[in-house]
Design a protein around this ligand. Structure first.
Ligand code: ZN
Length: 249
């Protein structure tokens, strides 16, 4: 294999590794954002439950006050009833006592409903608090891991960029220019490709037999006539079934 093609493959490997690392590092803040949103949603759920509990407790305290007032009123009404002078007064007082008793029954029924609801809410709040705590802990762990990975990733990229510079230094300006042009053209960054059984592994078109023979015999710097990628034959796998394996270089 031509030293230039070997350098191109090293360069290509470096660029692929950098692209992969950059992609991985770009995902880190996205992952943290998603976790932060989940945690915020859980905090909101907890706040809603706590607000509902507070409202229920407040409503129940008000009902307790109402019951006490109704009871005091009944005591007064019963006293007045004992001192009633006529049937009309008696009837009116009895009607008021009945109304107050009904109001007490209604309030006590609602108090019971609220008590049961509060019990459920306290259990739900306990669960929600536990989940929120776990999420906050997990977020902090992942944040620390992301910071460590980001730092390590940047160091790996810096090393790869040094390796890239070394590989570039061994290429002629023409080959460097071909590499950069092909890299822009082929978004997956595959610039140098193997020829397997006379087929370009970049575009999967058959290369002309004459070119394949030339490539196999002399290993010149050659590009695919269809996709323009730099071609090479692997010393052991790039053979034609009809002519046998290529000589090991
Ligand atoms: Zn091709």
């Amino acid at each position: 294999m031509l030293p230039e093609v070997q350098a191109l493959l090293r360069l290509q490997d470096c660029d692929h590794a950098v692209t992969r690392l950059e992609g991985e590092l770009a995902e880190l803040p996205k992952r943290l954002d998603a976790l932060q949103k989940e945690t915020a949603a859980q905090a909101k759920t907890l706040a809603t439950l706590e607000a509902k509990l507070k409202a229920d407790e407040s409503e129940r305290r008000k009902l307790e006050g109402d019951v006490e007032r109704h009871k005091s009123k009944i005591v007064k009404l019963k006293k007045q009833l004992n001192e009633a002078q006529n049937f009309t007064q008696t009837q009116a007082l009895e009607h008021e006592i009945t109304w107050a008793e009904q109001a007490i029954a209604k309030a006590e029924e609602r108090e019971l409903e609220l008590l049961m609801e509060e019990e459920q809410l306290r259990a739900d709040i306990g669960t929600a608090k536990g989940a929120l705590l776990a999420m906050q802990k997990n977020f902090e762990t992942e944040r620390q891991q992301a910071l460590t990975r980001h730092k390590a990733g940047l160091a790996e990229i810096a090393t790869l960029n040094e390796q890239r510079k070394s590989s570039l230094a061994t290429l002629t300006p023409q080959v460097t220019s071909i590499y950069e042009r092909l890299r822009k053209k082929h978004k997956n960054g595959v610039v140098a490709v193997e020829v397997v059984n006379t087929q370009c592994q970049g575009c999967f078109m058959e290369i002309r037999l004459q070119l394949w023979q030339e490539l196999r015999a002399n290993q010149p710097f050659m590009t695919c006539e269809n996709c323009g990628r730099v071609l090479y034959i692997h010393p052991t796998t790039g053979f034609d079934p009809q002519t046998g394996p290529a000589p090991v270089q």
